[in-house]
Design a protein around this ligand. Structure first.
Ligand code: HEC
Ligand code: HEC
Length: 236
């Protein structure tokens, strides 16, 4: 390779970094995008970041818990899909940990939430969650939480399935198919959708590592309607 002089190198570096900054400014994501990304990080951060899956069990995960290794590093595993921790769906059953929810941190200063993630008992290092990811996660916790139980009755979605069908056939059908069974490595959507709070979370924020859209930009009622429709699809 041709050797560049120091001055040329510096000029080239500056041109590259200026171009990079301009490109970055122009593509600077909106807060809604960052909140949805935070929601996906809450789901499974290492998949979103193309990072390394943790192998050890999280030190704050209870010894008598049912899960091990990477699963115990997902925010949702300790704090729940409904963000209510031990006061929500994970108050009993195989996901029980007794750990608080994050609903109490809705509205909190995102910088303070980042500190919570870096400190004990969490210990998410910058190698795991780089600053931009920790900041997006904090935005999600502070500004992105809905109370999914307001869209539920008897555990199922209380949304309008007929309204949801129109969105489903417009937005989801290309990937999931009319019957919800088109994605090969996934159980039928009709079966998965029985978990109302998880389905609401995924529709609002998207699926980690997939091109699935995040419908957070629309009224959350639409996500509830979609969930209600998905619950009518074949379960097997
Ligand atoms: C292994 C279990 C575990 C995991 C995984 C976990 N947390 Fe926590 N989290 C806790 C515990 C325990 C507390 C309570 C700490 C305390 O009271 O000092 C807590 C507290 C919090 C709080 C403050 C709660 C409040 O409102 O009072 C926030 C915010 C939080 N966690 C966010 C997260 C996020 C975001 C993730 C994912 C990156 C995460 N946590 C992953 C165990 C966990
Ligand atoms: C670009 C393709 C694409 C679109 C559009 C799309 N999805 Fe998905 N979706 C996927 C893929 C791929 C997965 C991941 C399957 C897996 O992990 O095995 C997924 C996962 C899901 C899951 C979680 C499944 C699980 O196992 O946890 C739900 C719920 C879901 N999609 C619902 C929807 C709904 C409702 C819509 C429309 C609003 C939609 N998707 C639009 C591709 C898409």
């Amino acid at each position: 390779m041709r050797k560049l002089t120091g001055a040329v190198c510096a000029a080239a570096a500056m041109a590259i970094s200026t171009g990079f900054l301009l490109a970055q400014d122009m593509a600077s994501p909106s807060e809604a995008f960052r909140i949805a990304r935070g929601g996906q990080l809450y789901d499974k951060w290492w998949v979103v970041l193309n990072g390394t899956k943790p192998e050890e069990t999280h030190p704050a995960y209870p010894d008598d818990g049912q899960y091990k290794a990477d699963a115990t590093w997902r925010c949702k595993e300790c704090h729940g899909w409904d963000y209510k921790g031990a006061e929500g769906a994970y108050s009993s059953g195989k996901h029980f940990t007794g750990i608080v929810g994050v609903a109490g941190s809705a509205g909190a200063d995102p910088a303070a939430i980042v500190e919570i993630l870096r400190a004990e008992p969490h210990g998410y290092t910058a190698d795991m969650l780089p600053d931009d990811a920790a900041e997006d996660l904090a935005l999600f916790i502070s500004k992105g939480q809905i109370d999914p139980t307001t869209f539920m009755s008897d555990g199922m979605s209380s949304g309008d399935a007929a309204a949801g069908q129109v969105y489903y056939e417009g937005v989801c059908v290309g990937c999931h198919g009319l019957d919800g069974k088109k994605v090969k490595d996934m159980d039928p959507l009709g079966a998965i959708a029985g978990n109302t709070v998880e389905t609401m979370h995924k529709i609002l924020n998207g699926q980690p590592g997939e091109a699935m859209p995040a419908l957070r930009v629309l009224d959350p009622q639409i996500s509830a309607d979609l969930t209600a429709y998905a619950q009518t699809l074949p379960k097997e």
